[in-house]
Design a protein around this ligand. Structure first.
Ligand code: FE2
Length: 431
């Protein structure tokens, strides 16, 4: 009757002890004690079953390029951009494809089945675009890859960049990108936002801009982005990535700005690992954290998603494609320590990110794609705490990755004892 039944699952939306029945790659039934038989049965045994992780902001063209051609000595965003500029002339389609596929394998093994990747369109050869369009097709059966035409060196800064961006969109890149804070002047930044939103409206495409990735409290391109979104009727199709200047902005100004962002239906995408690393680099002490105002944006009804942004590239030497590590960092940087806030951090790397990407059929309702991650944790908070082991990754009802239950064998008293870190239960009534 079913191709697959997942039994005794705790769902990431709070439902517990349910079975999920899958037919033809979609969820056909959810409820207690579904009748078999099924082609495959997996006993989740009270473990967490979530829809797959979604990375709302990534750079697949630079991922895993660490040390090429050298390391970032200052650790700043600007040296990272300069370093990437040094690497660009020697990039080839073959190298880019090989690295990107390697990263996608890493992602899938961790239940990360949708990635929005910015692609640098600054080099007129567009080898990055050619490579990642190829990768998008190669991974399509198991990973949804969205590409953003991203003018890393500024849309208005050099000759030919506007044409390259246009060409990338015509080649099939999905989303219009931008980087207004990196244009020469505030006025140029605003002009780039206006032009790029117009292009998106004309082509019927979404927008996702690197916006105000700066500690400058007067970097206010998000305001222009919100206004242009409303002017062009792009509500719900525009994302503001980073928005780190909001961390440093005057509180009164923000009290006006956040409702404008909400009115424009802009998705806010924070990148906690990278924001905490790259921002505040000009500070002595106290050092600013840089991450945008995640709890305040969420409280105002703005859809907030998280991205990994970088893994082993000119901007960040670490990372492994684990979106629970991203959520874990956000909880700390944003002081999101209430139970509701920790749950919302989990949502930011799953349902909220899926909403920002406009993914069709995502979720845990009947009719949704049968895409799941089974985690060695009982609920989203425990998953974040443990950066929980992925026991199984399922795409369209088929297991595409699995690993054994993770236990440690302790020999403290000379006899082996197995320790499963998942399942530590705080005393009832203490939460
Ligand atoms: Fe980025």
């Amino acid at each position: 009757m079913y191709d697959l039944i997942l039994r005794q699952a705790n769902l990431s939306d709070g439902r517990s002890g349910v079975d999920i029945g899958v037919r033809d790659g979609r969820i056909a039934a959810i409820g207690p004690g579904l009748a078999g038989p099924a082609g495959t049965e997996i006993d989740a045994a009270g473990r967490l079953v979530s829809p797959p992780f979604v990375d709302a902001h990534f750079h697949l063209d630079s991922a895993l390029s660490l040390g090429q051609p050298r390391l970032n000595r200052s650790g700043t965003l600007l040296e990272g951009i300069a370093l990437w500029g040094e690497a660009k002339p020697s990039l080839s389609v073959e190298t880019l494809v090989e690295r990107a596929l390697r990263y996608c394998d890493l992602a899938v093994a961790q239940g990360l089945l949708a990635i929005r990747s910015h692609v640098d369109v600054g080099d007129p050869r567009l080898v990055t675009v050619e490579a990642l369009l190829h990768v998008r097709e190669r991974v399509r059966p198991y990973l949804d890859l969205q590409l953003v035409a991203f003018p890393q060196d500024g849309y208005l800064r050099g000759p030919g960049i506007a044409e390259s961006l246009d060409r990338a969109l015509s080649m099939g890149v999905d989303v219009v990108g931008g980087i207004p804070h990196f244009e020469r002047t505030m006025a140029d930044g605003a002009l780039s936002v206006e032009r790029l939103c117009r292009i998106a409206a004309e082509r019927g495409l979404p927008v996702d801009m690197h916006c105000d990735e700066s500690d400058d409290p007067l970097s206010r391109h998000i305001e222009t982005l919100a206004a242009e979104t409303i002017r062009h009727g792009l509500q719900g199709r525009v994302a503001g990535s980073h928005l780190t200047s909001m961390h440093s902005m005057d509180n009164y100004y923000v009290s006006k700005l956040i409702p404008l962002i909400a009115e424009a239906g802009i998705h806010a995408i924070a990148n906690p690992l990278i924001n905490i690393t790259l921002q505040g680099r000009h500070d002595t002490y106290p050092k600013r954290r840089g991450m945008t105002r995640v709890p305040e944006l969420m409280a105002a009804g703005v859809n907030v998603a998280f991205g990994h942004d970088c893994v082993m590239d000119p901007w960040y030497s670490l990372g492994c494609g684990d979106m629970l590590e991203v959520a874990h960092m956000a909880v700390h940087v944003g002081q999101m320590t209430s139970l509701a806030a920790m749950q919302s951090a989990f949502d930011a790397v799953t349902v909220n990110a899926a909403k920002a990407l406009g993914l069709e059929g995502y979720g845990l309702d009947i009719g949704c794609h049968a895409d799941f991650v089974v985690l060695q944790a009982r609920d989203p908070i425990e998953a974040i705490r443990l950066k929980a082991h992925r026991l199984a990754v399922i795409r369209r009802g088929k297991v595409i990755a699995r690993s054994a239950h993770k236990v440690s064998e302790l020999m403290l008293d000379g006899r082996p004892r197995h320790l499963d870190t998942a399942g530590y239960a705080p005393p009832a009534g203490n939460l």
